[in-house]
Design a protein around this ligand. Structure first.
Ligand code: GLA
Length: 389
């Protein structure tokens, strides 16, 4: 019998919820460096000013846990001391985190939690990582578990890999927790060295355009891409045992293995090596204030994702193509895992309103789908407030 019971109505006793710990857990953007994190490569993400709010309190039971989502208008409850099988939807991210915390030998007790999300699901801005990291941070504070920020990042990623079953890298969780306001994180996913680069975009702003599509290929194809890269590494490893990830492979070495890899896998590898170079160049151009060059790298990243890594979709390509002849847009690319979600656009601030109007009409005309525009800025990672009971 399952230990998880779902319910629809907001529990009455949540009317005057006396919160002990409040958490704001943000979504993230990634300026460049897509599908590089699980290949030991570079990424350039940041948390954003849109987040999931969570309120936690103990309920003085040893094992009874109950959570309610204001966003989905559903809740669920479970017992900590019974096995929890996989559930459906957002519940899994919560259960996965609790499972990891328990596997680490940390003791939590019964709790109540209200979740309110302002992050669109399936938009590629990591609502799942925000949920995982927020739950982990809240429980850490509520039960004084003594977990470091990095432990929270890693356990949340593990929850997603092992419980939810998505083989994601570390970028989303790292940026949701570790970001600083008005900075981007130049993260080396090989050793987690992080450099914080000021996000100075001059007269430009970052604009997300949400395709409002999320093709169901996303999960399976994501895991397939990862396997393709790992297959290449295994083949190269036979002669080069020091190669752990594609990060350890250079273009000359890759070329020598062209005939041993399928054409598809070879293309995937080329993309990853090129994208890593683009991230390094992007960080340089950003520091030098060369925003147009930075934007060109964004376009090049999109082309690689579209043609070599093949994780884009017609809706994303349409939006990127639509921006190309607009000189007030410096760069545009799909963001996140792909197959839907948002494009990220570096656009002159005073042109945003008129462009959103124009591109929304064109998008609707082409796909009969409403486009959503979301202005974002790089913001601080997880925020935690504790109230004394
Ligand atoms: C998803 C994953 C990340 C990363 C991106 C692609 O967001 O969760 O780990 O791999 O896709 O860059």
């Amino acid at each position: 019998m399952t230990n998880i019971r779902s319910f629809k109505n907001r529990p009455d006793l949540y009317e005057n919820f006396k919160s002990e710990v409040s958490v704001q857990s943000p979504g993230r953007i990634n300026l460049i460096g897509e599908h590089t994190d699980y290949n030991g490569g570079f990424v350039l993400p940041s948390a954003i000013d849109k987040y999931i709010s969570m309120e936690f309190r103990k309920n003085d039971t040893e094992n009874f846990c109950r959570l309610y989502s204001e966003t989905f208008k559903t809740g669920f409850e479970f017992q900590l001391d019974k096995d929890f099988s996989k559930a459906e939807g957002w519940e899994n991210y919560v259960l996965g985190v609790v499972d990891q915390i328990q596997k680490m030998g940390k003791k939590i007790e019964g709790f109540e939690c209200i979740i309110d999300s302002k992050l669109p699901v399936g938009a590629g801005i990591s609502s799942s990582a925000a949920l995982e990291c927020g739950i982990a941070s809240g429980l850490n504070e509520l039960f004084d578990l003594g977990l470091s920020a990095l432990e929270i990042v890693k356990l949340s990623q593990k929850a997603e890999n092992e419980f939810v079953g998505s083989n994601c890298g570390i970028m989303d969780q790292y940026s949701s927790v570790m970001s600083r306001k008005d900075h981007l994180i130049m993260l080396d996913c090989d050793n987690l060295d992080a450099e914080y680069i000021p996000a100075d975009f001059d007269d430009c702003k970052l604009l997300l355009l949400n395709t409002n599509v999320s093709h169901n290929l996303a999960d399976s194809e994501y895991n397939t891409r990862r396997e393709e890269c790992e297959t290449a590494v295994k083949i190269i490893q036979k002669d080069h045992p020091d190669v752990d990830t594609l990060r350890d492979v250079d273009f000359t070495t890759l070329e020598k293995y062209k005939d041993k890899l399928t054409p598809t896998i070879y293309q995937r590898c080329i993309y990853v090596l090129e994208e890593n170079e683009r991230v390094l160049n992007a960080a340089r151009t950003l520091k030098a204030g060369k925003l147009k060059e930075f934007g060109e790298l964004m376009y090049a990243s999109h082309e690689g994702l579209q043609h070599k890594y093949e994780v884009s979709c017609p809706e994303l390509d349409f939006l990127v193509d639509y921006s190309r002849d607009k000189d007030f847009i410096y760069g545009s690319r799909m963001m996140g895992g792909g197959f839907g979600g948002c494009t990220l656009n570096l656009i002159e601030q005073d042109k945003i309103d008129s462009y959103v109007e124009e591109v929304s009409a064109a998008y609707f005309e082409r796909f009969n789908i409403k486009l959503d525009a979301i202005s974002v800025f790089p913001n601080v990672g997880t925020q935690i407030t504790k109230t004394i009971r």
